[in-house]
Design a binder for this molecule. Sequence first.
Ligand SMILES: [Zn+2]
Length: 310
Amino acid sequence: MHPPLPSDLAVFERGWLSSNNILLHGRDGEGAVLVDTGYVSHAEQTLALVRHALRRGASLARIVNTHLHSDHCGANATLARALPGLTITIPPGHADAVARWDEDQLTYRLTGQRCERFTHDDVLQPGGSFSVGTRTWVADAAPGHDPHSLILFDARDGVLISADALWADGFGVVFPELDGDSAFDDVAAVLDEIERLAPRVVIPGHGAPFDDVAGALQRARSRLAAFRADPTRHARHGIKVMVKYHLLEVQHEALTDLRAWFASMPLALAVWLRLGRPEGTPAGWLDRLLNELTAAGALRCAEGSVHDAA
Ligand SMILES: [Zn+2]
């Protein structure tokens, strides 16, 4: 059961390929705001969900992205095309990369993922805010999972949009760590900041809204402690998440094609090198990761193909 949410916002709970989307209704005559838009292959579905949920006569005025991972902004372009006048607001740290559409900086090439190019209209600074309806959302910097991510907090009702900084059971892969940059301290600081905000309800980037915030913080901190104690475990976990995410997108793939995708993913190669070339070759390492994902029930291998088991 979800905790009760204010009636002037709607959460589209999407799963793992697409992040959740949160529609913030405006007053009469005021456009609505959508926080995050999901993965590019779900873009038409996102558009349909928005059209269905908008109040009669209302339009969507603005997208606000918590961060620009492919699962959070993949429908930006589709929505901007379909809904004239829509503006797009992003965290400032991403602005140059979006203007140039630098797929390396935006991580799409690095992770072997896709996102349709869009343009932004403005940025939301940490500490800045925006109002829609009767509610004001204050943005807080939430580095760790992504150095530029924001979380959004409505202090009046204690509603936190936590993106991938806090889920009911954990948090998103700490990408800078996979790149060799230290970011576990950032994760810890953001968890402390969320505790300080003391939200009544959290709307995470993935999974159902929850109100057991103390429990979620405890689970996140114990996971963080395990990753800190063994960063190799986090790096392997991060690459397994990338493989699982790819299978979520394609659903099934011949092992030879999956190996080619893996070999072309710069992040996988970088982590393989950093871990000391486990199994001797990237393909050998992929096979081992696939065995572990299969044993965990995340994937199925059959007749030379790998299938998503979700
Ligand atoms: Zn993310």
